[in-house]
Design a protein around this ligand. Structure first.
Ligand code: ZN
Ligand code: ZN
Length: 122
């Protein structure tokens, strides 16, 4: 049994076990090999706010599954272009690369004044 922070690993195959609660009466079954493990997660005092306590392999695994939000993949700016709805002369816009590079970049426009949104493909 190896416990790192609140994570408990299977003694037999090293699989990460779910449901670590710190309760010694709780037995954790390994989904991979079926080994019955004791929950020792409470014996090591670390908090989740200290990512340095995790092995680097686990850290990179965590960041690998992180998905980019829409905010991460775009930048907004203003452009001097008339809103077709209200005629405002300056609107916000951002570009977003679509999945395939040869589909080009889509430009999204957003009017602050009337809330109108539209887009055009380059
Ligand atoms: Zn196992
Ligand atoms: Zn507008």
């Amino acid at each position: 049994m190896t416990a790192i922070g609140s994570l408990v690993f299977c003694t037999d195959c090293g699989n990460l076990l779910d449901g670590a609660s710190g309760d010694k009466k709780v037995r954790l079954n390994c989904e991979v090999c079926g080994t019955n493990n004791r929950d020792t997660s409470s014996t090591i005092i670390t908090t989740k706010s200290k990512p340095s306590a995790f092995p680097s392999a686990l850290r990179s695994k965590r960041s690998a599954v992180q998905t980019l939000t829409e905010e991460d993949t775009r930048t907004t700016a203003t452009i001097r272009q008339a809103c077709p709805e209200c005629g405002k002369q300056e609107v916000r816009y951002y570009t977003q690369q679509l999945r395939s590079a040869d589909e080009g970049t889509t430009v999204f426009y957003n009017c602050d004044q009337c809330g109108n949104k539209w887009q055009s493909n380059n």
